[in-house]
Design a protein around this ligand. Structure first.
Ligand code: HEM
Ligand SMILES: *[C@@H]1O[C@H](CO)[C@@H](O)[C@H](O)[C@H]1NC(C)=O
Ligand SMILES: *[C@@H]1O[C@H](CO)[C@@H](O)[C@H](O)[C@H]1NC(C)=O
Ligand SMILES: *[C@@H]1O[C@H](CO)[C@@H](O)[C@H](O)[C@H]1NC(C)=O
Ligand SMILES: *[C@@H]1O[C@H](CO)[C@@H](O)[C@H](O)[C@H]1NC(C)=O
Ligand SMILES: *[C@@H]1O[C@H](CO)[C@@H](O)[C@H](O)[C@H]1NC(C)=O
Ligand SMILES: CC(=O)N[C@H]1CO[C@H](CO)[C@@H](O)[C@@H]1O
Length: 378
């Protein structure tokens, strides 16, 4: 165990050095790269919460007490105006229409829908600003922002919207469709294990700026203080942040999103790094896609947390969760208890769905999700 801790310490220290390479591909490294984080975590990962019981080498010993248990599980109140079953009277089939549209998509598109919800909510609030296409009045919407790449699933949203406009015109917002779709994709990709009610009643915004993406979306080289700060800016806490990071058990990433992680100074498992290197080496120079979760790539499950513990995650931001005394217990708790993590994931999705939502006073119900209703009206 002592040897293992020593190794962890070395790797943790190496990790703090490895976050500085450029993220050339998507320009993540442009501008002012944040200085290397001061090693705020203790030099030795503190064992207190995890008695060194001899368990299978990669499996975490039982934490005591489960960090998730305090504070008691109080479902966060939905934002003002949002409520479960919002469309029951107005358009009873609404949630069913979205669910069927999502059901028909393949696993990569479903993963894209989970990420789309996150990107929508973190930039201008959950108001479908992520869906707006470039127009003469707004040539640089969010979808042209640097972190947009691999955003996918727009066609699923559009199909659901078209069907809903036919059934109940002008009633169901695109922001709610994105929220339902993110929820439903989580449901299908988890084999229905993640099943929760999503409050609705969001209105669609009319502001969408590419320049707002980088300052609001955490970069893949973020450390825990930075991740915490960026989630806190949206009213989400560390528990939410760690729970939502489990979404990196589905979908894929471009190789250019983690160039620093393949070098031999990274703390990534060497075997996985070698495999990724092979998959990322392209004779044509194309930016290949690799799975986020090398083990169960299409299942939204707590495998992500095992991958964090085993150093088999793509991003420095994933690996960082094992380097802070605040997030370590949450990672282990999620790795140990799928049910606990599934519940926390659902709660955090609902909380994320309440970020800066618009109302009838400052939003509209779009007719088409890619465009605001009256682009030239004042
Ligand atoms: C904690 C901070 C986060 C960072 C730094 C981050 C970063 C990234 C990056 C760089 C990619 C790969 C993009 C590409 O190269 O194509 C990605 C993919 C993905 N992210 Fe995150 N992300 C974070 C949080 C989240 C959250 C909160 C969710 C949803 C709840 C999420 C869901 C996803 C999904 C599903 C994919 C795969 C998308 C696909 O296959 O199309 N991420 N993330
Ligand atoms: C985490 O570590 C910091 C700095 O080493 C320390 O000040 C803080 O009390 C620790 N927090 C917990 C919850 O252990
Ligand atoms: C998933 O569906 C999309 C859109 O229909 C398609 O472009 C993509 O090739 C499909 N991916 C897989 C892995 O089947
Ligand atoms: C890491 O890579 C560098 C450059 O490729 C090499 O010089 C060095 O020996 C390697 N170190 C280890 C520990 O493999
Ligand atoms: C790497 O490529 C191989 C062969 O195409 C594929 O089977 C494997 O899933 C890929 N690995 C990752 C992590 O994408
Ligand atoms: C956008 O919405 C705000 C708030 O409702 C409104 O004041 C503004 O005129 C709208 N702008 C456009 C271009 O529609
Ligand atoms: C999916 C998508 O809209 N991708 C766009 C991301 O932004 C670049 C420019 O920064 C566009 O070329 C892509 O089409």
């Amino acid at each position: 165990m002592a040897a293992k801790l020593a190794v962890l310490t070395v790797l943790a220290l190496l990790g703090s050095v490895s976050c500085q390479s450029g993220y050339g591909g998507y320009g993540y490294g442009d501008g002012n790269p944040t200085p290397p984080p001061p090693p705020t975590y203790p030099p030795t990962p503190s064992p207190p919460t995890y008695p060194p019981t001899p368990s299978p080498p990669t499996y975490p010993p039982t934490p005591s007490p489960p960090p998730y248990s305090s504070p008691p599980p109080t479902p966060s109140p939905p934002a003002a105006g949002l409520r479960v079953g919002y469309y029951d009277g107005k358009c009873p089939g609404a949630e069913g229409v979205v669910r069927e549209a999502v059901r028909g998509a393949n696993a990569s598109i479903k993963a894209g829908l989970v990420r789309m919800f996150f990107h929508d909510c973190f930039v201008e609030g959950c108001d479908a600003s992520v869906l707006l296409k470039p127009t003469d009045a707004n040539r640089q919407p969010e979808m042209l922002g640097i972190p947009n790449l691999s955003l996918r699933g727009f066609e699923v949203i559009d199909a659901a919207k078209a069907k809903l406009e036919a059934e109940c015109p002008g009633v169901v917002s695109c922001a709610d469709i994105v929220a339902f779709a993110g929820r439903d994709a989580s449901y299908f990709l988890s084999g229905s294990a993640i099943s929760f009610a999503m409050p609705a009643g969001r209105y669609d915004g009319n502001v969408s700026l590419a320049s707002k993406t980088l300052p609001n979306l955490p970069p893949p080289f973020a450390d825990v203080p930075r991740l915490k700060a960026m989630f806190a800016a949206k009213g989400l806490d560390t528990v939410d942040m760690v729970a939502l990071s489990g979404a990196h058990s589905i979908g894929s990433s471009h190789c250019s999103s983690f160039p620093d992680r393949l070098s031999n100074t990274s703390d990534m498992d060497r075997t996985l790094a070698a495999k990724l290197k092979a998959n990322c080496t392209s004779p044509t120079g194309s930016d290949n896609l690799v799975a986020q979760d090398y083990k169960t790539p299409d299942q939204l499950d707590n495998e992500y947390y095992m991958n964090v513990i085993n150093r088999k995650v793509l991003f420095a931001s994933d690996a960082a969760l094992l380097k802070s005394n605040e997030t370590i217990p949450l990672v282990y708790a999620a790795a140990i208890s799928p049910k606990l993590w599934q519940r926390k994931f659902g709660e955090a999705m609902v909380k994320m769905g309440a970020v800066e939502v618009k109302t009838a006073a400052n939003g509209e119900i779009r007719k088409v999700c890619g465009f605001i209703n009256n682009p030239y009206s004042g």
